[in-house]
Design a protein. Structure first.
Length: 258
C-alpha cells in the first residue's frame, strides 16, 4: 500500500469517526436535556471553547510548520543544484584526462541523486540509491584530490576542492531536512482533539429535533481534509503533494552535462 493511499484511508477514517462521535454527542446531549433541560449546559461553554481554541491553535502551528519545512526542502534542492553546477564547471581547471574522468563521475552522481529522491517508496531501494551517491562522492573527492596533487596549481586547488566539499555537505543537509518532522505525539494529539471536538459539537446540537447533515458533514470534512493536507505537506514526494518543479532543476542540470 502506497503512502498516498494509506493517508487517504486515515483521513476517511477520521471523517467517519467524527461523524460517529457527533451522533454520539448528540444522543448524550439529548439524554441530558431530558433529565435536566435547564442546567444540562451550565458551565460547558467555557470548556468547549477551550477545546476548540486548542484545536485551532494546534492545527495552525502544525500547518505552518509543515509549510515552512516544505519550503526549506525546496530551497535546499536549489542550493544543491547550484553547488553541483559550480563544482562541475570548475572541473575545467583540470587537464584533459582528469577532467573527462571526473565529468563522467559527476553525471553518474547526478543520476543517483535524481533516483534517490524520485525513486520508489521502498526504503531498501532508496537506501541503496543513497549509498551509491555516497560512494560516488568518495570517488569524486579522491580523484579530485589526486588530480590537484598531480597539477600543483594553487588556483585549481583553492577553487575546485571547496566547491566539491560544499557539494558533498549539502547532501547531509538535505538528508536531515527530509527526516525533520514533529514528534508523532503531536499528530496523535491533533487527531484526538479533532475527535473530541466532534463529540462536543454533537452535544451542542442536541437541542435540534432533526439532524443538520450539511453542518455535520461539512464540519467533519473540513477537519479531515485539513489533517490530510498537513500530513501530505509534511511528507512530500510520498503523497499527492510533490516537489517536481524543484526537482526539474536537477534534471535540467543533468541534461546540460554533455
Amino acid at each position: 500500500m502506497t503512502f498516498a493511499v494509506s493517508l487517504l484511508i486515515k483521513a476517511l477514517l477520521l471523517f467517519l469517526g467524527m461523524i460517529l462521535l457527533i451522533e454520539v454527542g448528540r444522543r448524550i446531549g439529548t439524554r441530558r436535556l431530558a433529565v435536566d433541560s435547564e442546567g444540562s449546559s451550565a458551565g460547558t461553554g467555557v470548556m468547549d471553547g477551550a477545546v476548540f481554541g486548542l484545536l485551532g491553535l494546534l492545527m495552525a502551528f502544525t500547518f505552518s510548520g509543515a509549510a515552512t519545512r516544505f519550503d526549506t526542502r525546496r530551497q535546499l534542492v536549489v542550493e544543491e543544484v547550484n553547488d553541483i553546477g559550480t563544482a562541475y564547471l570548475r572541473l575545467d581547471l583540470l587537464s584533459g584526462p582528469s577532467r573527462v574522468a571526473l565529468q563522467g563521475k559527476f553525471r553518474r552522481y547526478v543520476d543517483s541523486r535524481i533516483e534517490y529522491f524520485q525513486g520508489p517508496e521502498d526504503l531498501r531501494v532508496r537506501e541503496a540509491n543513497f549509498r551509491r551517491s555516497v560512494a560516488l562522492q568518495n570517488e569524486i573527492w579522491s580523484e579530485a584530490v589526486a588530480a590537484c596533487k598531480a597539477e600543483p596549481q594553487v588556483p585549481t586547488t583553492m577553487l575546485l576542492l571547496p566547491a566539491l566539499n560544499q557539494m558533498i555537505d549539502i547532501t547531509s543537509t538535505r538528508l536531515m531536512a527530509t527526516r525533520m518532522h514533529p514528534p508523532g505525539v503531536v499528530f496523535v494529539l491533533l487527531i484526538s482533539l479533532a475527535l473530541l471536538s466532534a463529540l462536543l459539537a454533537g452535544r451542542g446540537m442536541a437541542g435540534s429535533k432533526a439532524r443538520n447533515w450539511i453542518h455535520i458533514i461539512g464540519y467533519a470534512s473540513i477537519f479531515a481534509i485539513t489533517v490530510y493536507v498537513i500530513l501530505d505537506i509534511e511528507y512530500p514526494r510520498l503523497g499527492l503533494i510533490r516537489m517536481d518543479a524543484a526537482d526539474q532543476m536537477l534534471m535540467d542540470l543533468r541534461a546540460s552535462m554533455k
